[in-house]
Ligand binder design. Structure first.
Ligand code: FAD
Length: 377
């Protein structure tokens, strides 16, 4: 069984790549250990935020703009609703780095970002309390991506364009030379000219097997839904938000279809091996305590916790992604280490990977995401 390209891991990044490659006419095999979308990796929980102004670095702005236009394209082609334009509110100390960098990136790229005083935030969103000396930056064009739905949409289209998806197919190893790659599962071996490794939290152990050691750290993360009044916290009234409080960086989503207000914490988390059984939400006392304290302090109209879940981040030391070609094997590509903020980019990551495989280069600037920054002494 010989393919043009095999994608190992058909989650957020892999499924998008599968779509673009199959659409480009490449014979494409997607292998996944589970059946995406699923609850075992990094892409479940119904929603992901997409912000355009980007405190993490201006270099992300053109990338996220490309991703946004590809999300609209996915909606047109699939006929499914993927993006909800709820707006995004970033809250933090007016003079702090998070707010200052958000504003700087918006100014540089002329993004429609509105800076709101504490009082203006409260008038516009009565469900949100902002402390003294903090402000809100509101982006009306940003919002929420339906994460599982977008993977389902890419999956259907990838298959429509001829991709083969094998689920329950855990890859155990890859044998490589520059012309052909063999990909091994427990039962089978598949061959292809090119291989993409996009195995999320499992990318580190898999890359280890071909001698590429990367500083990737999977983390157990928690998030939860709280019962909330729809008039105040429903998606037509309340935005998605990133909130830098004195405790840490929290994020959240308005209640969508009565699900409740969803809240998580971006910083922190517990290192874990991805094969380890993850302790369910609520196992640690701080799972609920931390989110409840944040919510009751800053969103006082929110009620009790409904339920919570766990999910995996895969961190790099600088929180930047890895999207690159292997230095030695020119037919091996890596998309990993999305450090808890990769989903919004996954449409553009898929397109970049497809261009790398088809053309040997991509028009999308991925220079900030090179492998060699971790291989220099
Ligand atoms: C709680 C939480 C909230 C987040 N919020 C946001 C947000 O608001 N905005 C944002 O942009 N990002 C957010 N992120 C980050 C984003 O979801 C991730 O960066 C992104 O999903 C990572 O995609 P991935 O393709 O690397 O991993 P995944 O989507 O997990 O895909 C990896 C796939 O590889 C498969 N796999 C693994 N090992 C093997 C193997 N050996 N063989 C075959 N298949 C294998 C897995 O089954 C899985 O399907 C959040 C993440 C979490 C956990």
């Amino acid at each position: 069984m010989h393919f043009d390209v095999i994608i190992i891991g058909a989650g957020s990044m892999g499924m998008a790549a599968g779509y673009f490659l199959a659409k480009s006419g490449k014979s494409t095999l997607l292998l996944d250990a589970h059946t995406p979308p699923h609850q075992r990796g990094s892409h479940h929980g119904e929603t992901r935020m997409i912000r355009h102004a980007y405190a993490e670095g201006e270099q992300y702005v053109p990338f996220v703009r490309r991703a946004q236009s590809l999300w609209y394209e996915l909606e047109r082609e699939s006929g499914k609703e993927i993006f909800l334009k709820t707006g995004v509110l970033s809250v933090g100390k007016e003079t702090g780095q998070f707010i200052q960098e958000t504003i700087k990136s918006a100014e540089k790229y002329d993004l429609p970002l509105l800076t709101l005083s504490r009082k203006e935030v409260h008038n516009r969103f009565p469900g949100m309390h902002v402390p003294n000396e903090s402000v809100g930056c509101f982006e009306s064009e940003s919002g929420v991506l339906k994460c599982e739905d977008s993977i389902t949409a890419y999956k259907a289209l990838a298959k429509h364009y001829g991709a083969t998806l094998l689920t329950g197919s855990r890859v155990t190893g890859v044998s490589l030379n520059n012309h052909v790659a063999q990909v091994h599962t427990v039962d089978e071996t598949y061959a292809a000219h090119s291989v993409i490794i996009s195995a999320g939290a499992w990318s580190g152990p898999l890359l280890d097997t071909i001698g590429l050691k990367l500083p990737l750290t999977p983390l157990r993360k928690t998030f939860a839904w709280f019962h909330a009044d729809e008039q105040t916290y429903g998606k037509d009234a309340f935005p998605a938000f990133a909130y830098e409080s004195s405790n840490g960086l929290y994020y959240g989503f308005p209640s969508i279809e009565g699900a409740g207000l969803k809240v998580g914490r971006h910083d922190g988390g517990t290192p874990i091996h991805p094969d380890e059984q993850m302790a369910p939400f609520g196992t640690l006392a701080e799972d609920e305590e931390d989110l409840r304290t944040f919510v009751h302090r800053h969103m006082p109209k929110v009620n009790d916790l409904a339920y919570g879940k766990t999910c995996l981040y895969t961190m790099t030391p600088d929180d930047r992604f890895i999207i690159d070609r292997h230095p030695q094997y020119k037919n091996l590509y890596v998309a990993a280490g999305f450090s808890g903020h990769g989903f919004k980019f996954s449409s553009a990551v898929g397109q970049a990977l497809s261009q790398l495989v088809c053309l040997g280069e991509t028009e999308i600037d991925i220079s900030a995401f090179s492998l060699d920054r971790f291989q220099r002494k």
